[in-house]
Structures are given as C-alpha cells and as structure tokens.
Design a protein around this ligand. Sequence first.
Ligand code: XBP
Ligand code: MG
Length: 223
Amino acid sequence: MPIRALVFDVDGTIAETEELHRIAFNQAFEEAGLPWEWSPGVYADLLKVTGGRERIQAYSASTRSGAIDASALHARKTKIYNEQVASGMLTLRPGIAEIIAKGLSHGCQLAIATTTSRPNVDALFDMTLGSDVLKQFRSIRTGEDVAAKKPDPEVYLKVVEDLGLSPQDCLAFEDSANGVAAARRAGLMCIASPATYTRRDNLSEANRILSSWADLCGEALCA
Ligand code: XBP
Ligand code: MG
C-alpha cells in the first residue's frame, strides 16, 4: 500500500523538547509559590500522563495538595516554554528536516498529530524550519482539538479525516509508547524512534523502530 501522508508527533519526535517542558513547569510552580520541583526522574514517570494540564492535575492528586488552578498554571508554563523556544533553545532531531523535505518534494501530504498546545508547535517551527514550512502541513491537530489525548487515537483520527485519506495511507512518526499506541489504534502504520525521555518506553507496537531518524534518509518514504 503506497504511503500518501506523513504524520508527525512533535514532542520527542521532531525535537527533544521534554527537558525544556520540565524546566518551564518548574518555573511556573516556583512563580505560583508551590513547593513542587520535578526532577528528571520524576518527570520521566509523569510523562505517562499525556498533556501538561493533565500532568499537573495527576501530580496534584498524588500529593494531595488541595485545590490548585491547573489551567492557569499550565497557561503560564506554556508562555514560559514559548519564550525559551523563541530564544533558540531547541534544535530538530537529526534526520527530521530531511524527512519533511523529502515528503514535500515527493508530493506526500504532511500533517501533525500532537498532544502539546498549538503555540508550542508554532514556536518550534518559527525557530527551526520556519513558518512557511509549517503552512505546508495540510492538517495540524493539537491537544486543544481533542477530548481524549494519546494513547487515545482521537488526534490521529482527526488528522486522517482532515486529509481525506484512509489510515492505511498514512505513516506516523512517534517517540513514545503512548504515541505509538494512539497511531496504531487509529489504524496508521508507525515508525518509532525513542527520544531521551522515552528511551525506556516499550515501542514494540510500532511497525518499525529506529535509533535515529537519520537512518531513514536514504529511503523512499512515500508514493
Ligand atoms: C507530549 C506531551 C506533552 C508535553 C507538554 O506528548 O505529553 O504534554 O509534555 O506539552 P506527545 P503541553 O509527544 O505524544 O504529543 O504542556 O503543551 O501539554
Ligand atoms: Mg512524543
């Protein structure tokens, strides 16, 4: 079956973003006067809960902290994260720019299926491939567009519907077990390559696992 669309996760797949997310969460907690500091080890466990607001809620419930405004904390965290990204603190994972360029030159549709918030996607592209490249993505579905985040397939199903294709026509790029599960449950083929924070995830549901996206660079990806 020829592949007609490449669908990209963002965090951990396009770039190693999670350390910056962690720092932004901690800064938002400090500003709010909360005695919370997520270490890298704690954060790796917390990543099982997808979505920053949901992560804050889950952590708050586990520490029985009483009432907190998770939405306000998350909005502040998003602002801090955007400022950090805008100051040039992220680079793309090796091979990603080449895969996107190849998809475009072969007439393949491009799309994004992510749990993160839309401003974070815009900020990342602004500082790396540029907003003109992002404009060439036919569908961009983010955490704001879904009722249930990954591993629920909703975000992938929305992308496939936007593209007017069958799931079997689409190839997903993911770095985490939750992301692979979402893509596979939606019926997409999935290639996975673990990021630093997801290196211990079980990615065996993926059709193929790579140590680096650069391993794909010599291959034809789409029809
Ligand atoms: C990544 C996430 C996100 C980020 C934080 O999942 O779970 O929640 O950690 O982003 P995926 P927000 O790579 O599957 O999209 O704070 O914007 O939610
Ligand atoms: Mg990811």
